[in-house]
Design a binder for this molecule. Sequence first.
Ligand code: UDP
Ligand code: MG
Length: 313
Amino acid sequence: MAEPRVSVVVPVFNERQNLPKLHERLSAALEATGRSWEIVYTDDGSKDGSIDLLKDFHAADPGRVRVIEFERNAGQHMAIMAAFERARGEVVVTIDADLQNPPEEIGKLLALADKGHDVVGSIRKDRQDVGWRVWASRAMNWVRERITGIRMTDQGCMLRAYHKTVVRQIVATGEQSTFIPALGQAFAANPAEVEVEHAARHAGESKYSLYKLARLNFDLMTGFSTVPLQVFTIVGMLVTAGSLGLVGVILLRRIFIGSEAGGVFTLFAILYFLVGVMIMGIGLLGEYVGRIYQEVRKRPRFQIRNVYEKVDP
Ligand code: UDP
Ligand code: MG
């Protein structure tokens, strides 16, 4: 089996309702590019029977459709990582399974890859997500740009193309709590971006709860920068300097005016605020320490139950 020119990688978590349409449109769009292709689906521990549909897709086109079945949910980025380990294409494209990224846009990415861009990112033209998600994501994008120095206009758009050399570097990191577009961008020698259409979810609901979304953003911030820790040190220094000033003022008042009992509530307010800042600092440290612990234990990042693929003799 010759190596395909394009591999498309799709993470799937409870997307049964979207899969038939996705597979149909994706296959047609790839056919239209006139290149040889393969699709690698990762079933990320779905409980809705997505795997049955994926197995059917593989059975119908065993040479071009491969399926990795996870034992349990390991997250979108690990699902992509597992598929990256197996993708054989010259260029590897990631796309969501809910049809928010139109498969027909893949051609645009490939055209830029042809021009020698080793990572092609995309920018959602008219993003179709609930209001708070769009704003929160814009804010995180802004913060990420400043603290990681990674330049990416729209970090949340997963419709991206990576040359196999970049995919190899991403796989080689062996990282667990990571953010694939940022890794790709960090390894890119000649990145480019292109505007793409965006649609509302074809069916079902977002697989990201607020908590899962927060965790993912922590992965991104802590995984690509230690600036948050330094900011905290600087905040600590400023607070210490401020407190020292306050101690001086209170001491002088004690000496020249005598003992004063007023302002207790003001002091409490200041104290509570500072305790809050401290707890936040400990939490921030914990975010780093927890991830270091996770990485050093070296437990498998994901567990594969089955791989459905036609193996060469
Ligand atoms: N996904 C996954 N594992 C997860 C969560 C999501 O494989 O734990 C997949 C999901 O099936 C979809 C893609 O990742 O193909 C993006 O998820 P979703 O559309 O829910 O994210 P959103 O568009 O709301 O950011
Ligand atoms: Mg989506």
